[in-house]
Design a binder for this molecule. Structure first.
Ligand SMILES: *Cc1c(COP(=O)(O)O)cnc(C)c1O
Length: 430
């Protein structure tokens, strides 16, 4: 079938006429779904674990659980370094990373590939660092060759830190962190490599030590499936050494007290985030049960299904990928440009009449882009529900469409279903 033959709205002669929804009625009943790139869907198991009374915060089960969580965090990032839990969102974790490693007047190089690294760099500027932005080409990821060239020109090693995101949640690009490390090593530059993994952690492969990352930052509300409120920072030994010299250290964020040895509550510079820690405990159990590498693989399949849908929908005057290079499209979020289709109306229709919340196009393309979050606690019914609802809305708006994204996504998922492996025991009714 050629693309121009695609007409799923054509009446089928073997079915009665479509039912008419009365004026004022909508399809928006049942469980609403938020398919935005964070906060992501929180598992019932995490929510249930959080529904607990306050414990003794000075000794006993809470302290033991907290120490275990802090001990497990480095394993999740594949590092021998230190891990810190900040009672903060991602922005707070950013600030913890900066204040613990840098001094006033330090030069910081921001590798921009959307919006988020720039936001982190703006914090550094406000703290008194000299911030320089190296922008990626439009609709692309960071260019390691451009970084290498810039570092080669910094023979005096004025640049103390390089800030980059693994996934930029606005553009939906995934940056090649090992290639960025190779560019730094090619010049033998000593700057700290600091990576924001807020949108990528527990979604896409990340190996802090093997990839030569000095500081890693993440948050609870994306791939980690816990409500917003916890930030995470991992520090290599090189970052800890920089910490000892850092002039921006503040009483609250300071790593030294948080590294332990004293009273347990100083790990958090005060009362621990008890309820969030219970949720994190449950999320870590779920991650251990599924396996981190299986989680990465699941995200890859789901993202492939989303991209199959967007590719099928794409049409002149209609939808297209924001990120041009197929290899640079992330497995956690997809930014879709909508051409002549009003993206604000598209999101409003999906939310108000169908119970689906989609991500806004960030920045200057609010009204001609939307984002699909496909991170964390997500399975095919959720994903196909999201894609099917978008497709229904596109039909309702008369958007140009190359073909059915839902059909393409279902076909993409089918490749990951093991028809030969399934067990049917217990599947028959009484
Ligand atoms: C969500 C996000 C942030 C911001 O996190 P907050 O918790 O909203 O402060 C920063 N960087 C990236 C890459 C993100 O996806």
């Amino acid at each position: 079938m050629a693309a121009h033959d695609f007409d799923p709205l054509a009446a089928r002669s073997d079915l009665p006429a479509a039912p008419i929804l009365p004026e004022g009625a909508t399809l928006n009943a049942g469980r609403p779904l938020t398919s935005i790139p964070g906060p992501s869907v929180i598992p019932e198991r995490v929510l249930a674990a959080m529904h607990a009374p306050m414990p003794n915060i000075y000794e006993g089960a809470l302290v033991e659980m907290s120490e275990r969580l802090l001990a497990e965090l480095p394993q999740l990032a594949f590092t021998d370094g230190e891990a810190f839990i900040a009672i903060a969102n991602g922005h707070g974790a950013w600030e913890m990373a900066l204040t613990n490693t840098l001094s006033r007047g330090d030069r910081v190089l921001v590798l921009e590939s959307g919006r988020f690294a720039v936001g982190w760099g703006n914090q550094a500027a406000m703290l008194g660092c000299e911030v320089e932005v190296l922008a990626a080409p439009a609709r692309r990821g960071v260019d390691p060759a451009a970084l290498e060239e810039r570092l080669r020109a910094d023979g005096g090693h004025a640049i103390k830190a390089i800030l980059v995101v693994q996934i930029d949640t606005a553009s939906s690009v995934v940056n090649d962190i090992p290639a960025i490390r190779r560019a730094i090593d090619a010049v033998g530059h000593p700057a700290l490599l600091m990576v924001d993994c807020i949108a990528s952690f527990a979604c896409m492969e990340f190996r802090m030590d093997a990839w030569g990352v000095d500081v890693t930052v993440s948050g609870s509300q994306k791939g980690l499936m816990v409500p917003p409120g916890l930030g995470f920072v991992w520090a290599s030994q090189k970052a800890i050494a920089a910490h000892r010299e850092a002039g921006l250290r503040t009483a609250y964020w300071d790593w030294t007290a948080r590294m332990g040895g004293g009273a347990h509550y100083m790990r958090y510079c005060g009362t621990p985030p008890v309820t969030h820690l219970y949720g994190l405990r449950a999320a870590f159990e779920m991650i251990a049960e599924e396996g981190l590498e299986n989680i990465w693989a699941r995200h890859a399949v789901m993202a492939h299904a989303v991209r199959s849908a967007v590719a099928a929908w794409s049409a002149p005057g209609g939808l297209e990928f924001h990120i041009e290079d197929p290899a640079a499209r992330s497995n956690a979020v997809t930014t879709v440009l909508t051409g002549g289709v009003d993206a604000i109306r598209l999101r409003a229709l999906a939310e108000q009449e169908a119970g689906l919340t989609l991500g806004v196009g960030l920045g200057d393309f609010q009204d001609r882009a939307f984002r699909i979050g496909h991170m964390g606690h997500m399975n095919p019914p959720q994903l196909l529900g999201t894609l099917g609802t978008i497709e229904a809305v596109l039909h309702a708006m008369g958007a140009p469409m190359g073909g059915s994204g839902v059909a393409a996504a279902a076909a993409a998922l089918s490749g990951a279903l093991h028809a030969g492996r399934v067990t049917t025991a217990g599947m028959r009714g009484g």
